[in-house]
Write a protein that binds this ligand. Sequence first.
Ligand code: GDP
Ligand code: MG
Length: 556
Amino acid sequence: FPVENIRNFSIIAHVDHGKSTLADRLLELTGTIDKTKNNKQVLDKLQVERERGITVKAQTASLFHNYEGKQYLLNLIDTPGHVDFSYEVSRSLSACQGVLLVVDANEGIQAQTVANFFLAFEAQLSVIPVINKIDLKNADPERVENQIEKVFDIPSDECIKISAKLGTNVESVLQAVIERIPPPKVHRKNPLRALVFDSTFDHYRGVVANVALFDGVVSKGDKIVSAHTQKTYEVNEVGVLNPNEQPTHKLYAGQVGYLIAGMKDVTEAQIGDTLHLHKQPVEPLPGFKSAKPMVFAGIYPVDQSEYNNLKSAIEKLTLNDSSVTIHRDSSLALGAGWRLGFLGLLHMEVFNQRLEQEYNASVILTTPTVPYKAVLSSSKLIKARRAVQKNMMFIDQNRVMLKYLFPLNEIVVDFYDSLKSLSSGYASFDYEDAGYQTAELVKMDILLNGNTVEELVTVVHKDKAHSIGKAMCERLKDCLPRQLFEIAIQASIGSKIIARETVKAYRKNVLAKCYGGDITRKMKLLKKQAEGKKKLRKIGNIEVPKDTFIKVLKTQ
Ligand code: GDP
Ligand code: MG
């Protein structure tokens, strides 16, 4: 296929603005998939993706299209639609020369529209603005055109107005892809240089790497090397995605496709890695980063007898997702488990949902935390503020874009929900990592009658320690069963007590319901009570049932 007839592009959008629907229409229009079938988000393969309407794993499709007497190969490279995956988005975009920036004609520019635009802009791609859902009653495409001109400096007459749902004007999107996006700049005569922009794990064939060829050719039987790991492999299969895998003899520079070469797990084909031929090293493509987890959570089987099943489920899922980090962990309250690192909150939720749906696992996920770097000195004298406004811009009369510098731990738990409810659903939110900042953090202990509860030790900001400590004590008071003696629940920083609650003494008499006589019934009940105690953990002389920890840890 001549390079000048190839276009590599991607669709980027805020969630729900119609990316998947537009992709389906483009697949139909080019005859890649059958129009008569009920095509709903063909590229969204995972169950969670269909349910949540988000793309987690990028899917790619090669489309053929005749235009003005010439055949074109249009490679639609899908990108994950959420900021948690912005590194993956940036790698997918580096395989493209242009993007379709889809904006809802009713909602206008939203947080992820802006974040995604800047990823494309930094990659120096041609941006084609597409205003979608013009069929909606409240659609206001002119207002959105003005927003696009104001925020992105793209002339409003470059906007294409469509309804992806009805198929209105989708032809002109294909036309714009061919006319406005340049063909890839590649050299077929040079030695192979291929970018891995996604990889998935297949139980029978091992790793399937999605690749974009910048230089050279790759054929079945070639010996290739990963620039990142320096491991050598023999290529077993190459092909294109239509959108299903279709083997071909070779892949040429400018093409996008898949490659299978006996890699055993996705850490051997990391996103952003460069592949080259054995004994023909090349300059690796720029921008490679190893995945960096931002949010950590403990994960435990609800029942310890499920430990091995959960272990194998987590191993299988991580074969497919090299961005999750795993460390074995154990908690006195929750037993043996793991500490997992995720790219962000959505990533964590999706992982949890996949464990439950695909592996039938029932797990306890502890409150997510963020990484801290501790410095052992007194330079924290610096006054740290919790959120600093950086920038403000009016998108139009009734919409404003605000930029703040936030500590990550302030947004991981319920920031998004609070923002949505405060703004009656109108605000949208996005974030990127701004690095470590100094802050006055303290270690807070929770004590039961003076004994520290290891499970509940947390790191909190100095200014919030009092309110968080108070809330923890109150929650414990509600969850903790009364005992034969009074219990003091305290939150402390070092030796300073910052909050206190008391649980009054109480005697649980399991025999109260047996009126005298029946001795076997009495024995049964006493045995049951003894079994119940096995699930208790003793802190000092206080018995704490396992589900107390679960309640306190889960609802923080
Ligand atoms: P994505 O999250 O960007 O992939 O968005 P989807 O393609 O999943 O679309 C989100 C919702 O908007 C779905 O319910 C679609 O049916 C709907 N939708 C997409 N395009 C249009 C359109 O042109 N008009 C209308 N009325 N609805 C649309
Ligand atoms: Mg989608």
